[in-house]
Write a protein that binds this ligand. Structure first.
Ligand SMILES: [Zn+2]
Length: 563
């Protein structure tokens, strides 16, 4: 027994040594106090947040310093997502990532721009060779911004391991002041087995929380039977920030026996969408609150779940009594503790929920092909996390494919036969999703003969839509036929209200110019410092095309002092 224990200690030590994370190898990427607007593992739409969002004092243009020696291994510039993103690979095998930048620095910026001009495209992704763009610890590599799908100026900062898995940067010694305990928004009990009940209900039950004098929480005593799981909606606040971030760990136990450990240390990108399996998706769609289910269901391979006993569920029999506890910690170890008294009591409930005959059962383990009216829907295997009864019907050119309260993991295809479509402009048709706006939301649509096919991971209503309206283009900071010497940019408003903008191409005197599209402001910008030789009189030409191929050509003349 003793030898075994020594061996165990030794093995544990070995594992820790192997996994040892370098401390303070990476210095701070910004020379400002680090306050977070987002933490690692935080629950977001369809993904876990893969890094830290560092606040940048509500402004852009703050220099980013290489936190260690390395080289630029990847640069990606896109209209959406990370916007302008930079990846630096370090000799210790880790890669640091910087996103939503305003611009890159020096040689990196030149390299990117050269390639954008070569490709004649703002959107670009490059993987420079190791020797091309080396950086030394402390070098400025870029400036913070708000590019891509960013809701305000900040730096998205990541540290990825050798297998490209994002890791919690706090594990590397990033220090954030935090003395506040995690906040509890709600606690739920879930009856999981067929015979399970909680407080005479077969549906999830929200539990009343009672704050104790010592700062811990207790819920009302529940009367339960069968396999029961629990869920919690929780956030963490850090000092000096009013926003709510994610927590670091959630651990549960029943009468002192460990049930499940969830730790936000690292994950891989191919598992991040399983967030929709992990949270109570229906509850999220109804209440906008993300309840984390503290048990592992089928089709949930998440590696953030470290240890589980009977998938985190408890089995409650008649007369059984237990105390279930949830311990939630932030990275600094501030603890919020919830205790849930459980009393076993068998309640037979005559199910009030009668199965709606109109619903269609769509399995998870096999693919399904569903035909309805002019529509055909293909649901691949494992597109759903579990089989579900779905409300699928058509009315004319609209397909009601249930509603967005059932999560979809893989793309489903929605095809529509337009053979009998009587209108003239068959080329201008697309499949759009009906949302709160009047205009159907464009869903990438492919047309093959008389079949339109859209792929989506959102259930809801889809409709045959048409876009015959070309994009609008309007000069923003100059006037056609006038001098424009005072500013160093050309700004143009571009907009397409129906299918949306797909591409744009601009030239001055016939030569391609790089324009940066900010979809949040409907503006594209050219910066004269690109040194495209301008004449005194210049002819600007811009073509903007929408997603179904309508295009608008804009031409203007402006005068400028010759470069
Ligand atoms: Zn972020």
């Amino acid at each position: 027994m003793n030898i075994l224990r020594i061996l165990l200690v030794f093995v544990t030590f070995q594992l820790q040594a192997q996994n040892s994370i370098p401390q303070n190898y990476f210095s701070k990427p910004l020379d400002i106090p680090l306050i977070l607007s987002g933490s690692f593992g935080e629950l977001r739409n369809n993904h876990f947040h893969s890094g830290l969002d560092i606040k940048t004092q509500q402004r852009s243009g703050i220099p980013i310093y290489a936190p260690a020696d390395g080289y630029v291994s990847r640069v990606k510039v896109g209209h959406y997502g990370f916007g302008k993103a930079l990846y630096i690979k370090h000799p210790n095998g880790y890669t640091t990532v910087y996103a939503h930048l305003q611009k890159f620095q020096g040689a990196i910026q030149h390299y990117v721009k050269d390639n954008q001009y070569k490709k004649e495209s703002y959107e670009i992704e490059l993987f420079p060779e190791a020797s091309l763009l080396t950086v030394k610890k402390g070098d400025i590599i870029g400036y913070t911004g708000n590019s891509g799908s960013s809701g305000g100026p900040h730096l998205h900062y990541e540290i990825r391991d050798g297998a490209s898995r994002p890791m919690n940067p706090m594990l590397f010694g990033v220090d954030i002041l935090d003395t506040k305990n995690p906040i509890i928004n709600s606690v739920y009990a879930y009856p999981m087995s067929d015979d399970a009940t909680v407080n005479k209900s077969k549906a999830p039950v929200k539990l009343r929380l009672i704050k104790q004098k010592d700062g811990t929480y207790k819920t009302e005593k529940i009367s339960a039977y069968g396999k029961i799981g629990f869920g919690v909606s929780t956030n963490d606040q850090q000092n000096g920030a009013s926003n709510k971030n994610g927590v670091y760990s959630i651990k549960t136990s029943n009468n002192g026996k460990r049930k499940i450990d969830i730790v936000f240390e690292k994950f891989s990108f191919d598992e991040t969408r399983y967030l929709n399996r992990y949270i109570d998706y229906k509850n999220f769609k109804t209440n906008k609150s993300r309840v984390q289910k503290l048990f592992r269901e089928t089709n949930n391979p998440l590696s953030i779940i470290k240890q589980d006993d009977d998938r985190g569920l408890i089995t409650v029999l008649d007369g059984y009594a237990s105390n279930f506890s949830i311990s939630i910690k932030d990275y600094k170890g501030n603890l919020t503790y919830i205790s849930i008294p459980v009393q076993g009591k068998k309640d037979t409930i005559t199910s009030s929920k009668k199965l709606n005959q109109a619903l269609e059962y769509v399995p998870s383990a096999t693919a399904s092909r569903i035909s309805k009216g002019n529509f055909k829907v293909y649901v691949p295997k494992n597109a759903l996390y579990e089989g579900a009864y779905l409300d699928i019907k058509t009315s004319g050119d609209t397909l009601h494919f249930h509603q967005d309260n059932v999560p979809v993991h893989k793309n489903i295809s929605i095809s529509m036969d337009i053979t009998n479509y009587k209108g003239l402009d068959k080329n201008k048709l697309y499949i759009g999703r009906l949302n709160y706006t009047k205009i159907p939301y464009y869903t990438t649509t492919r047309r093959e003969n008389n079949t339109l096919t859209a792929r989506t991971r959102t259930m809801g209503s889809y409709v045959l839509a048409m876009d015959t309206v070309s994009p609008t283009i309007k000069a923003h900071n100059f006037t056609d036929g006038k001098w424009n010497s005072k500013t160093n940019t050309l700004k143009i408003k571009i907009k397409d209200t129906h299918s949306g903008i797909s591409k744009y191409r601009a030239t001055i005197n016939g030569i391609f110019i790089l324009m940066e599209y900010n979809y949040k402001k409907d503006v594209i910008t050219y910066t004269f410092t690109d040194e495209i030789a301008t004449e005194t009189q210049n002819n600007l030409r811009l073509i903007v095309t929408d997603n179904v191929g309508n295009s608008t050509t804009f031409e203007a003349i402006f005068f400028r002092k010759k470069l």
